[in-house]
Design a protein around this ligand. Structure first.
Ligand code: HEM
Length: 513
């Protein structure tokens, strides 16, 4: 009798817990998104109808033929974002769509973007939590992800580590890695292989450069970190995550476990590098970002100021690797393709390099004088922006006049959409015309927030000086030595895989000059 009574109590308690959990889940994943949707709708934001629990993901993942069978067109927006292109025709340049149960405010209208983010509004936006979870193995609590006072503190220390002097001291590492890549290209040419998938090699080279620049790979542990970071990159890249869908991680347990395990190994190795540098201050003086952050952290920061912990330094090293190498490699790969397509620009840049360097090795001062290369850089970032979108999430209600963007709403800025918008750039928007940047740093865009390859506001990319330096060095070394033309096997198939990639590689035909 007593036993059955205690069984009954246990049964009732379990039922109560289950009902409580189910109602919490119901409220979190159904009631709360539904009420957000109603609020957004009342504030005039329309958009495609979401379904539970996918939101609009099913329409977004629908297969479309993305290859451009009619030759190479730079009019890529409807190829890379077919769903946005369709919804824009119906709902305009600002609307709401859903990733799972997460509302996203789509923006391809720079004036609207300015209104909701400028002045005091900037502080109301953070980074979307939904991506923080998804990208944790890559960025941890590095600069890309932190917010508030933590962000100010990290940004301050890291910005100083990225000073012009520090960056200049890294030039040698960039030249060294690139020369090794070019030697392998020469060897292939010597045995009659002229077709090279430059994207593949450029990405490996950029990964090596950023690893050297971030934490050094001359020692065993550095090399291991580099290899594991590359393995993680490939794995995360292959994983098809259902961002925003509740519990979607449990659908991919093997990948999640592998990413977690690799992440732990990388952390451990980086922690070992950091402790060995702490214990041996002589090796601390290494000219890489970790060394520079150490210097800022340990020596220059007043003792009263909080320092970056070893754990935070680990996350920053991973952040530099993931935020820095693929983006730079893509800018270079798209550039090589465009220079192969437009030999007159290849020639112009080659002449400029010779004029500036007079055959001498490049110095930091010479890089600044490669102005035409600067126009090409901007034009490539405009047409094929490696970072195709910028995101934020409202940390509190954002009120502009009568319109309220409720706390928790994510913002998705369609950079590709704005960079290809004829109302902002004119009828030649889809043409490769580097000279549009000749007398205008905004390339003649009618709105200063219409050209955003590096994001905007306080969170603008911290690595942009490093990346342009690497770009100019690698590109100069390549076009000084080789002529480039497009291989008949090239298929123009730009695709979004986190970044904007040539999904079938960039096979080019190379010849020694
Ligand atoms: C062509 C190359 C690159 C492109 C197109 C690019 C683009 C971007 C964009 C769009 C953002 C987001 C800005 C925002 O949210 O408003 C960003 C942030 C960031 N980038 Fe880059 N990036 C490049 C190279 C690099 C490199 C080489 C590094 C480091 C070595 C780097 C490190 C970062 C970091 C740490 C952030 C976060 C900044 C913050 O939140 O304060 N990036 N980048």
């Amino acid at each position: 009798m007593e036993l059955s009574q205690s069984n009954q109590i246990l049964y009732m308690s379990l039922t109560a817990i289950l009902i409580f959990l189910l109602s919490r889940l119901f409220s979190l994943f159904w009631l709360s998104p539904t009420s957000s949707r109603r609020r957004l709708h009342l504030n005039g934001f329309d958009g495609p109808r979401p379904s539970f629990p996918w939101g609009n993901l099913m329409e977004m993942y629908r297969k479309v033929d993305r290859s451009n069978s009619f030759g190479i067109s730079h009019n890529i927006h409807s190829t890379v974002f077919p769903y946005f292109a369709t919804w824009r025709k119906i709902f305009g340049k600002v609307f709401i769509y859903w990733l799972g149960t997460e509302p996203f405010l789509y923006i391809a209208e720079p004036e609207f973007l300015k209104k909701v983010t400028s002045g005091g509004m900037g502080k109301k936006w953070g980074k979307p939590n939904v991506f923080k979870h998804d990208r944790k193995p890559m960025f941890g609590k590095g600069l890309v992800m932190v917010e508030g006072d933590d962000w100010t503190h990290h940004r301050h220390i890291i910005a100083r580590a990225f000073s012009a002097n520090n960056l200049n001291s890294m030039m040698g590492k960039m030249v060294e890695s690139t020369m090794n890549m070019l030697d392998t290209w020469s060897n292939r040419l010597a045995i009659g292989i002229h077709e090279i998938d430059v994207e593949n090699d450029i990405t490996k080279n950029a990964a090596e450069i950023i690893a050297k620049a971030s934490f050094g790979i001359s020692q065993e542990n550095g090399k291991k970190v580099f290899e594991k970071l590359q393995a993680m990159q490939i794995m995360l890249f292959r994983s098809n995550r259902l961002v925003g869908v509740p519990f979607s991680k449990i659908l991919f347990p093997k990948q999640s476990y592998k990413a977690w395990k690799l992440g732990k190994e990388i952390d451990q190795l980086l922690l070992t590098i950091i402790s060995s540098r702490r214990e041996n201050p002589a090796s601390n003086a290494q000219k890489d970002l970790l060394g520079f952050m150490f210097a800022e952290n340990e020596e220059k920061a007043p003792t009263s100021k909080r320092k970056l912990t070893s754990r935070e330094l680990v996350d920053e090293c991973k952040t530099f690797f993931f935020a820095g190498h693929e983006t730079t490699a893509l800018a270079l790969s798209w550039t090589l393709l465009l220079l192969a397509l437009y030999p007159e620009w290849q020639k112009a840049l080659r002449e400029e390099i010779e004029e500036v360097s007079k055959g001498e090795p490049l110095s930091a001062d010479m890089l600044v004088r490669l102005t035409k290369m600067g126009w090409v850089w901007n034009e490539v970032l405009r047409l094929y922006s490696p970072a195709p979108n910028v995101q934020r999430q409202a940390r509190e209600d954002v009120i502009i006049g009568d319109v309220v963007i409720p706390k928790g709403t994510n913002m998705w800025i369609d950079v590709v959409g704005m960079h290809h918008d004829p109302t902002l750039w004119g009828d030649d928007v889809n043409e490769f015309k580097p000279e549009r940047f000749k007398d205008n740093i905004n390339g003649g865009c009618k709105h200063r927030m219409g050209f955003l390859p590096f994001g905007f506001g306080g969170r603008i990319c911290i690595g942009r000086n490093l990346t342009i330096m690497e770009y100019k060095i690698v590109l100069s070394l390549i076009i000084r030595k080789f002529s480039l033309s497009v291989s008949p096997t090239y298929i123009h198939s730009p695709r979004i895989m986190l970044s904007l990639r040539p999904s079938q590689g960039v096979p080019l035909i190379l010849h020694h000059l």
